[in-house]
Design a protein around this ligand. Structure first.
Ligand SMILES: [Zn+2]
Length: 697
């Protein structure tokens, strides 16, 4: 799984996903396969299903339990009595060791989590999130990751929709308004990796170099974004098969964007689900592409899905590997400098946490995402340098082969490395696996092997110097037109005397490097007269971040000059741009146009309505968040937007919910808002009213 980068810090919430019952059932029963035919219902947000569970007791037992949260069951088995308890479905019978049984039953559930019914403005979606949320909320299964099961799922859904779940589509049978989609898996996996998506999609399919079918899903209206969204996918896939030298372990690989997803992406076996905020056009690709998440979730198909950590203590075997291998794959696409710079950034964060006494041991339960993801990646990088790339590759291959479709611990992995390396890794284990402090000095030494990083550190060392004493080296850095050296040089111009720095700014501008130019657009707060031409040309740069920054700063510039005509021209110029799918440019445009004197006053009402309309639940939460922010800045909440804000306060996405709650809290300090709220209350549902009651409104 991958978090949105900005939220990497929050604590790892899935420790309990590994929690075992006191006497784990894995020691008495092996659940071999679960076949299910499920029918999710949009209208009632519920699901019905028929399930066949095949299992073999390892000892004589009279009871077999599946995890199943708040389900009702209908018993239709003649070899067992099937009953539902609060968190389980229980088979009671006389089950003999080593004999194989299949028990069948029907169930229904109205899941509170793990299965989401999402309003996407007519294009409704259903999607799941199993890790940390438990598949057993919607499908009877086994929460314990140590029982790997072959899941074969059929889904009955409206014929208008596309259905994706794990494995290979074997059959699609249309019976009038409904279609039955039958999928087949050939290998077992942990239950948290079961996925289901239902929605309106198109797809393109092409094979990997080794012939594995790769399926890329997109919304029908996004056909022009499919190429840029999935750019480099085949290259990443082929790279992994070569680098890992264990063939991709499953029948096919599918990627499906969904609206309002909880994380950046989730590596369900053969069916990665990811946030549709990564669906980008060619310009958005520069700023927010899907490549890293794409590579991360794909790496998990081996590290996490094929071999799965036995418990939370070893979670880095999933996230550390996915993070590191994603970086190796990105190195293929974006080059060495990118690779080392990303390692450097993560080392800086880890060093800072470590210096604050917040460092964590890598092999331990309940670690933060920084520890499992970033520190885990660093532990692998150092290990690879220590034992050598070929020994490392051989050990990884042996590890994946030996434990394929099984569960693993840190010792299992280290034993494979030691076997190939021919020596014990005592100091390495002590420093990198079982030490809470981050080994910053060792990391720095490693980074310095890159010539690019040495140049970067030299440039960085100039930060304290006065501009006049470093003009030459800054100039030489800009000459290289390197993304990171160029950005660093531009940042060092911040706050300097413009007469001294103007030449360097112009040089940076003329590199034509999108990221160096972006550094100017974001780091210059107020446009000085000599840079006006540069900022005007930023409005056409291949970056929505640069365009948004330039747009806002130019508007402020013209306002400060009382140049109404220029303000109007600027608005005319930017009227047709939406920006990212969060409407970063459009929502800003609407706000600025409403704040500009005499700008097409007869259309102001329509522009205001448009901004309000983006607060509605049918839009992606990232767009709604922008609309809420701008409405609060111009103090223009009305009944509709306030009602939508209360809905947002009860949203399933934790990050959006928290931001909406903060906005609402601030608004409620105004008497006017409190009054509007009284008139909104009759329109709210139970959950929304309960939230208001909780905050005493
Ligand atoms: Zn992950």
């Amino acid at each position: 799984m991958k978090y949105f980068v900005a939220f990497l810090i929050f604590m790892f919430a899935f420790a309990e996903a590994y929690a075992q019952e006191i006497a784990p059932q894995t020691t008495t029963v092996d659940i071999q396969s679960i076949r299910a035919v499920v029918t999710p219902q949009f209208e009632t947000k519920s699901i019905q299903g028929q399930v066949w569970v095949r299992f073999t007791p390892l000892k004589d037992v009279i009871e077999v339990r599946l995890n199943a949260k708040n389900m009702t069951v209908a018993d239709s088995s003649d070899i067992a009595s099937v009953t539902a308890q609060k968190d389980h479905v229980v088979f009671t019978g006389d089950f003999k060791a080593t004999q194989e049984y299949t028990v069948q039953f029907d169930y229904s559930a109205t899941p509170k989590q793990a299965l989401y019914f999402v309003n996407a403005g007519g294009n409704d979606q259903i999607w799941t999130q199993g890790q940390g949320k438990y598949t057993s909320h919607w499908l009877p299964s086994i929460d314990d990751v140590n029982d790997k099961i072959e899941f074969n799922i059929s889904v009955i859904a409206s014929t208008a929709y596309q259905v994706v779940t794990n494995g290979k589509l074997m059959e699609k049978e249309t019976l009038g308004a409904s279609t039955v989609w039958s999928f087949d898996m050939q290998q077992p996996m942990s239950s948290y990796l079961v996925a289901l998506t239902v929605g309106e999609y198109k797809k393109t399919t092409f094979p990997s170099a080794s012939g594995v079918p790769l399926e890329f899903y997109y919304y029908p209206e996004d056909s022009l974004k499919a190429e840029s969204t999935y750019r480099y996918s085949k290259q990443l896939f082929d790279f992994f098969e070569k680098e890992i030298s264990v063939p991709y372990p499953w029948q096919n690989y599918k990627q499906i964007p969904v609206k309002d997803f909880l994380y950046a992406g989730m590596e369900n076996t053969t069916a990665t689900i990811f946030s549709d905020s990564f669906v980008v056009d060619s310009i958005g690709f520069t700023d927010r592409n899907y490549v890293n998440v794409n590579a991360h979730e794909l790496a998990h198909q081996w590290f996490g899905d094929l071999v799965t950590a036995t418990k939370s203590e070893h979670h880095w075997l999933q996230e550390g590997f996915a993070t590191y291998y994603a970086l190796l794959a990105e190195r293929e696409v974006f080059g060495d400098d990118y690779f080392y710079y990303k390692l450097y950034e993560s080392a800086e964060q880890l060093r800072e946490l470590s210096d604050q006494g917040k460092g964590q041991q890598l092999v331990a339960a309940g670690g933060s995402s920084h520890t499992y993801y970033q520190k885990g990646a660093w532990a692998l990088h150092i290990l690879k340098e220590k034992v050598g790339a070929s020994a490392f590759a051989k050990a990884v291959k042996n590890y994946l082969t030996k434990f394929a479709y099984k569960n693993v611990t840190t010792d299992d992995f280290i034993a494979e490395v030691e076997a190939v390396y021919g020596q014990e890794l005592i100091d390495y284990k002590k420093n990198w696996l079982y030490q809470s402090a981050f080994q910053a000095a060792e990391a720095l030494e490693s980074l310095k092997r890159s010539e690019f990083m040495r140049s970067y550190f030299e440039l960085q060392a100039l930060r304290p110097y006065a501009l006049k004493d470093k003009l030459k080296p800054l100039e030489s850095s800009l000459e290289l037109s390197n993304d990171y050296l160029g950005q660093e040089a531009v940042y060092q111009l911040s706050g300097t005397n413009l007469q001294e720095s103007i030449g360097l700014y112009k040089q940076a501008f003329n590199t034509k490097n999108t990221l160096i130019r972006q550094a100017i657009a974001t780091s210059v707060d107020q446009i000085p007269d000599p840079l006006l031409y540069q900022f005007e040309s930023f409005l056409k740069d291949e970056s929505y971040i640069t365009r948004e920054q330039a747009f806002l700063k130019l508007w402020l510039y013209y306002r400060a000059k009382n140049d109404l005509q220029k303000q109007h021209e600027l608005l005319e110029d930017m009227d047709d741009q939406f920006g990212f799918s969060d409407g970063n440019i459009r929502t800003l445009w609407l706000t600025l146009s409403l704040a500009t004197e005499d700008y097409k006053s007869d259309e102001a009402g329509a522009r205001y309505d448009e901004l309000i309309s983006y607060t509605a639940p049918e839009y992606p939460f990232q767009l709604r968040e922008n609309a809420f922010q701008y409405l609060s800045q111009i103090q223009s909440f009305d009944r509709t937007s306030l009602k939508n804000l209360v809905e947002a306060c009860t949203h399933h996405s934790w990050r959006f919910r928290e931001s909406a709650r903060t906005t609402l809290n601030n608004l409620l300090k105004q008497q006017r808002i409190k009054e509007i709220m009284e008139s909104v209350k009759p329109l709210l549902n139970e959950k929304e009213l309960a939230y208001l009651k909780r905050i005493d409104i």
